[in-house]
Design a binder for this molecule. Structure first.
Ligand SMILES: *[C@@H]1O[C@H](CO)[C@@H](O)[C@H](O)[C@H]1NC(C)=O
Ligand SMILES: *[C@@H]1O[C@H](CO)[C@@H](O)[C@H](O)[C@H]1NC(C)=O
Ligand SMILES: *[C@@H]1O[C@H](CO)[C@@H](O)[C@H](O)[C@H]1NC(C)=O
Length: 379
């Protein structure tokens, strides 16, 4: 263990030094080595590399009632494995809804999976290398982060979300009252992003918890649903700092994807080189330290429910059957493509954190994790 850690540190330090040299050479970054007090360093180092069986160590299964009233029954880990609703090889993790069982209107929902990370994160980068996401009528897949106690007191950040094969991804933040986003249509807000803001009050009590959403463009690289899958998926990247949240996306064959995003072996990443994000959430009208605590990562696949199954939403989709629930009950085969296929998820944090947050590492949980194979922990 000791030697492998040493090697990791040497790799990280060499990469850090190289990266400093490169940015100094490019002359664009100023001095990263001596950042201004209070300004976060831009380099992040690999904390968790989650691939294949590593998903079982990093996440726990939540066999809970769907809080969004979907026509699903979330199962525990043994059930998911037994029924092949989750499946891992060294470089693949599949998470799916059942696609075999015909249900009756009174039976429990279609079996599906919701997983939540054991670890929690504040300032971090999360890179999601997704080959396939659940598609089809009634599906409502999501990859997101939240503070699980007393929702939404510690915030919610939705990175990938959408329903019923909608054309483009939507990223959203949800908070308690008092947090909003400046309209990106106002140039003075400096909110430069590729997506368009839908509404800008993040307060969950406004507009039926619509949140501050950003719709990704409908033209250009496909970010959601069947077109995303057909393109082989792609990379979603979240950066969360005390002052800004940004979400980028690159489609599988996009030649401009940064090499460090593409390679699962990147020890260090520097998002200041990634260009204009799809979604940009600044802290100018929202004190992030107050509205966002340490968040857990969640992946869930519900069917119908408050959004996907809403009467208006369902009618607009062109999906058959009188209602979303009836569709789920009677058409198991329609869910054959309702699955996530992950190449990996990587989490990066700042080892040279300047202490804007008091760092709260959950040592007990980390120790509990470290005996599990599959998650590479780097200290
Ligand atoms: C699924 O994810 C979305 C995140 O956007 C969340 O709003 C919803 O409550 C989640 N549903 C379940 C059942 O976990
Ligand atoms: C389980 O699912 C995986 C991924 O879809 C598939 O390759 C495998 O054949 C399935 N196993 C069984 C026993 O059905
Ligand atoms: C926008 O950017 C300009 C130039 O950097 C800066 O002076 C101004 O304060 C910024 N406005 C906001 C709302 O952040």
């Amino acid at each position: 263990m000791y030697t492998s850690r040493m090697t990791t540190w040497i790799t990280v330090l060499v990469a850090y030094a190289l990266s400093l040299a490169t940015s100094a050479f490019a002359g664009t970054q100023g001095s990263t080595l001596f950042p201004k007090p209070g300004s976060p360093s831009k380099l992040y180092t690999l904390k968790q590399d989650i691939s294949g069986p590593g998903f079982y160590a990093f996440f726990k299964f939540e066999a809970i009632e769907d809080p969004t009233h979907g026509r699903v029954q979330y199962v525990d880990e043994p059930t998911a494995i037994r029924e092949n609703l989750t499946f891992a090889t060294p470089d693949t993790f599949i998470l799916r809804a059942d696609h075999k069982t015909v249900l009756t209107p009174t039976s429990p929902g279609r079996k599906s999976v919701r997983i939540i990370s054991r670890d929690e994160f504040k300032t971090h980068i999360a890179i999601f290398d997704v080959r396939h996401m659940p598609e089809g009528c009634a599906t409502w897949p999501a990859i997101w982060e939240l503070y699980p106690t007393n929702w939404p007191s510690g915030g919610e950040i939705d990175i990938i979300e959408g329903v019923n094969n909608q054309a483009a991804n939507q990223a959203t933040i949800h908070t308690t009252s008092g947090c909003s986003m400046p309209p990106s249509s106002n140039p003075a807000s400096n909110r430069t992003q590729l997506g368009s803001d839908t509404q800008n009050k993040c307060d969950w009590e406004v507009n039926y918890n619509a949140g501050c959403g950003v719709s990704f463009p409908k033209s250009g690289p496909p970010t959601f649903g069947p077109a995303f899958n057909k393109a082989g998926g792609g990379w979603f990247v979240l950066e969360r700092t005390p002052t800004v949240m940004k979400i980028w996306f690159w489609s599988r064959n996009d030649p401009t994807v940064p090499a460090e995003v593409k390679s699962k072996y990147s020890a260090v990443v520097n998002p200041s080189t990634y260009g204009i994000p799809y979604a940009y959430f600044p802290n100018t009208q929202c004190e992030f330290n107050k509205y966002f605590k340490e968040n857990n990562l969640v992946i869930n696949l519900t069917l119908c429910g408050d959004w996907a199954g809403g009467d208006d939403v369902w009618k607009q989709t062109g999906c058959p059957a009188p209602s979303c629930n009836a569709f789920v009950e009677t058409n198991p085969a329609a869910f054959a493509d309702a699955f996530f296929d992950f190449a990996n998820i990587r989490i990066y944090e700042q080892p040279f954190d300047l202490g804007i947050y008091p760092k709260r590492h959950v040592e007990g949980r980390r120790k509990a994790l470290s005996h599990n194979l599959g998650v590479k922990e780097i200290h």
